[in-house]
Ligand binder design. Structure first.
Ligand code: MN
Length: 499
């Protein structure tokens, strides 16, 4: 049996506030109030672990504070389970904390209500769905912070749910953290989920990496000093050198791509050199190359050409002189900060005063979102809506198997049927929404599970045209009506005869 842990492990309001950059009086007051409110709201509630529930929400608040978000996001993180788990009304939250915080909490609540069926399939549409469901990127950050704590306490969750949660975390949350450029969260999410998602592979990787890591860490210590000496000798006295070891899950993924040959993986261990300016980055690269021979074809300039998630750095792999190789990453302090905070660094860090509510105007965020949407959705219709209100005019619904179908707002079950397959649309007789029989013109709402009844003898009707939103459904219905219209058939036959 589990034993409840000490309350001492619960992050305090002070601790959370201390993590914020330049909080003003209102920020401090907001967080203190949210902290006290959440503590009171979750009083008497426990987690699977037997711990007080409040430890979870305080941890979520702390996670958010570490990536340098605004005070409203941290407050919403503290309050994120108050609507769903303890039935606090959104009006109360708005009254106490304002509209901004309330909307964030509501956004998180809305997302939690949706069920994900069969994560192994259609992860791309699930990711797309996730993004579209959150009007505000801060909602996603709260969801990630929430999952970060949940996955680290997964051992206490009932056995039956573990694997599903672990897979979902790898396929959705870790990838989103990566897209946000929050490298640290990505690693934590992956390594916490890996043993539950793929237990066999986890054990295998553990045994492979064990010796290499130990050897490499010792080597890194030695290398660390030689680098520092060499850089200082060439005038880069302020250079900071440290190293990072690749996380287990990404090591395994790479291993699988390299035919399970760990010799082919050059970046199990990477040495990081942090300097002051971009110019110093290139100078440091020159110094390293002058003393250690680079592996051909392994030099990457992510400063000139940043990665899609914004990551910037110079990468090179050098021969260490003992037959092995090691990756070296050279970056500025600013790039280093960005790699830690990810998108949050763009969102909040550069804004003086750090006021909330200005996110829509932040060009870095809009740019990132645009890039991201391009990547997650390739259909033309999707691309037409690259502005913010895209979120307001799509609905995301599910098939009984859990496939996500995205449709324009006000789409009916007819649109849904045609989106599944033209044959299903053409032979539709009725529809079920959330297990209730409905009329086929019924408009769909986010999260609906839709099932279509069909009969071979059934066919599209003219009045369906009044109830469809998608051009695909419209075209199919019109095509059928044309085909079955006697005058149309006669005309077609006439034309054919003339040929
Ligand atoms: Mn939660």
């Amino acid at each position: 049996m589990f034993t409840p842990k000490e309350n001492g492990e619960c992050p305090s309001a002070k601790e959370i506030i201390a993590l914020l950059k330049r909080p003003n009086k209102e920020d401090v007051a907001l967080i203190e109030k949210a902290y006290a409110f959440a503590k009171n709201a979750h009083e008497g509630q426990n987690r699977y672990s037997g711990e007080p529930y409040f430890i979870h929400v305080a941890s979520v608040g702390k996670n958010l504070a570490t990536i340098n978000v605004d005070a409203a996001t941290v407050a919403a993180g503290l309050l994120h389970d108050t609507i769903e788990d303890v039935g606090i009304k959104p009006e109360i939250i708005e009254q106490e904390f304002g509209k901004d915080v309330m909307e964030l909490v509501q956004g998180v609540t809305k997302m939690s209500k949706l069920k994900y069926h069969g994560v192994e399939r259609h992860v791309e549409s699930l990711r797309k769905f996730f993004i579209a469901m959150s009007k505000d990127i801060r909602v996603l950050l709260i969801k990630l912070a929430d999952r970060l704590h949940n996955i680290q306490t997964l051992e206490h969750v009932p056995e039956a749910s573990k694997k599903r949660i672990a897979l979902e975390t790898l396929e959705i949350h870790a990838r989103l953290a990566d897209r946000f450029g929050i490298a640290k969260w990505k690693s934590i999410l992956e390594d916490a989920a890996f043993p539950y998602a793929y237990p066999e592979q986890y054990k295998q990787v553990l045994s492979i990496i064990k010796n290499e890591r130990v050897a490499d860490a010792k080597y890194a210590e030695k290398m660390h000093h030689s680098f520092q000496k060499e850089l200082a000798a060439h005038g880069l006295k302020a250079a900071r050198v440290d190293y990072r070891v690749k996380n287990l899950y990404s090591f395994w993924k790479k291993l699988a791509r390299k035919e399970m040959d760990s010799e082919k993986i050059y970046d199990i261990l990477a040495i990081r050199i942090v300097v002051k300016t971009v110019e110093e980055c290139y100078r440091a690269l020159g110094i390293i190359h002058a003393h250690w021979r680079p592996v051909p074809g392994r030099i990457k300039d992510y400063i000139a050409v940043p990665k899609p998630n914004g990551y910037r750095s110079l990468h090179t792999t050098i021969f260490r002189g003992d037959g092995g190789v090691v990756e070296v990453q050279i970056l500025t302090e600013e790039m280093y900060t960005e790699a830690q905070y990810g998108i949050a660094a763009h969102l909040f860090y550069k804004e003086s005063g750090g006021s909330s509510g200005s996110i829509e105007k932040n060009t870095a965020w809009v740019k990132e979102l645009t890039r991201w949407q391009k990547e997650v959705a390739r259909s033309d219709e999707f691309l037409e809506h690259l502005h913010m209100d895209f979120f307001n005019n799509r609905v995301f619904v599910f098939t009984p198997n859990g496939d996500v179908i995205d449709l324009p707002e006000d789409s009916s079950t007819i649109d849904f049927a045609y989106a599944i397959h033209s044959d299903i649309g053409d032979h539709m007789t009725g529809a079920w929404v959330d297990e209730k029989l409905v009329t086929i013109e019924t408009k769909l709402k986010n999260g609906n599970v839709v099932e279509i009844d069909t009969k071979e003898s059934a066919h599209p009707k003219r009045k369906w045209l009044d109830h469809v939103k998608t051009s695909f459904a419209r075209q199919r219905i019109q095509a059928y009506l044309k085909k079955t219209n006697p005058a149309e058939i006669a005309a077609q036959e006439f034309l054919n005869r003339k040929k």
